[in-house]
Write a protein that binds this ligand. Structure first.
Ligand SMILES: C[S@@+](CC[C@H](N)C(=O)[O-])C[C@H]1O[C@@H](n2cnc3c(N)ncnc32)[C@H](O)[C@@H]1O
Length: 284
C-alpha cells in the first residue's frame, strides 16, 4: 500500500474508533491525551467557591454529568447546606444523579425555557459554566447578597470549525460577543457585576478522531455533523494533521461575577460602589 493508501486506512480506523467511543455526561476523558486544552487566566472552580458563607445553599446550572460540581464540592469545607443542580439534557440526568447523590445534591430536570425550578430567594450562590441562562431567573432564585458566577463560551469560539466544515455555527442561546455585553445583560436584570474576564487561547486536537469525539459531545458546534456527510472535509483535516501535527482552534471564554444587592434597613436595594465602575476585569 502506498503512503496515501496507508493514510486513508489510518483515517478510516480513527473515524471508526471515534464513532464507537462511549459518550457519558460531560466527560472528555476518552480523548484527554489527544486534545490539548488551553487555560483562562482565572480559575472558574476557585471563583465558584470563593467567599461562600457557612451554611450557604448552592445551585449549579446545567451540571452535565455533575463533573465540575463534584470537583467544586470536594474543595468546600464545611460543605454547603443544600446543593441543587439543573440539567436539561435527559441522558445526563442519571449520570449526574449517580455522581452527585452521595454529596446530597438534588438534580432537577429543566426544559428549554430557562426557567429554574426553585422558589424565589432560595439560594446564596448560582454557578454556571457554559450553560444558557435567563438573568432574571437567576436574580429571582438568589437571596439578597447572593452571588452569580458564570463562565460562558464567547461568540468567537472555535470559529475555525465553520471554515473547515462550511457550516454556520448554531446561534447558541447566551453566546455573546464579549464579557462587556454579557455583563450588561446581567446588570439589566438587576444583578450588579463585580468582575468580568475575557480570554482567547489556542487548543489543539492531535488527530481527527479526537475532533470527531468532541463534535459528537457538542453537536451544536457543527449542525448536522456526521462522519459520513463530512468525510471529504475530515480527509483534508487528517492530511493537515499529517503535515502540521495538530488541528488548532481558538477558544473564547467570558467570565461574569455579579451580586444581588442586599436590602438596606429602609427596604431598598443597596448598590453603592457596584455597577460598571465597580467591575474588576481579567484578560486572557
Ligand atoms: C456544555 S455542558 C457543561 C456542563 C458543566 N456545566 C461543565 O461545565 O462541565 C452544558 C449543557 O450542554 C447540554 N448538553 C450536553 N450534551 C448535549 C447533547 N449531546 N445535546 C444537547 N445538549 C447537550 C446539557 O444541557 C448540559 O447541561
Amino acid at each position: 500500500m502506498g503512503r496515501e493508501g496507508a493514510t486513508l486506512a489510518d483515517l478510516d480506523e480513527l473515524l471508526r474508533q471515534a464513532s464507537e467511543l462511549r459518550t457519558r455526561g460531560w466527560s472528555f476523558r476518552p480523548i484527554e491525551d489527544r486534545w490539548q486544552r488551553g487555560r483562562t487566566s482565572w480559575e472558574f472552580s476557585e471563583i465558584a467557591r470563593a467567599d461562600l458563607p457557612p451554611s450557604a445553599d448552592l445551585l449549579d446550572l446545567g451540571t452535565g454529568g455533575g463533573e465540575l460540581l463534584a470537583s467544586v464540592l470536594a474543595a468546600i469545607d464545611p460543605p454547603p447546606r443544600r446543593v441543587y443542580a439543573t440539567e436539561g439534557y435527559p441522558p445526563n440526568l442519571p449520570v449526574a444523579r449517580a455522581r452527585l447523590s452521595g454529596a446530597g445534591v438534588e438534580v432537577l430536570p429543566t426544559r428549554d425555557d430557562l426557567r429554574i425550578p426553585l422558589p424565589a430567594r432560595s439560594v446564596d450562590r448560582v454557578i454556571d459554566r457554559h450553560e444558557a441562562f435567563d438573568a432574571a431567573e437567576v436574580r429571582r432564585v438568589l437571596r439578597p447578597g447572593g452571588r452569580f458566577v458564570t463562565q460562558q463560551v464567547g461568540g468567537a469560539n472555535y470559529v475555525e470549525l465553520s471554515d473547515w466544515f462550511g457550516t454556520e455555527p448554531a446561534p447558541a442561546r447566551n453566546r455573546v460577543d464579549s464579557a462587556e455585553t454579557l455583563a450588561d445583560e446581567v446588570e439589566r436584570a438587576g444583578l450588579p457585576v463585580v468582575r468580568t474576564g475575557e480570554a482567547t487561547y489556542p487548543e489543539r486536537f492531535l488527530d481527527v478522531g479526537a475532533l470527531v469525539f468532541f463534535l459528537r459531545m457538542a453537536p451544536w458546534e457543527v449542525p448536522g455533523f456526521s462522519v459520513e456527510r463530512f468525510r471529504p472535509q475530515l480527509a483534508a483535516l487528517h492530511a493537515e494533521v499529517e503535515r502540521t501535527g495538530s488541528l488548532t482552534v481558538t477558544a473564547h471564554r467570558l467570565l461574569v461575577v455579579a451580586e444581588r444587592p442586599r436590602l438596606s434597613r429602609a427596604g431598598t436595594a443597596r448598590t453603592a460602589g457596584r455597577g460598571r465602575a465597580g467591575r474588576r476585569s481579567s484578560g486572557s
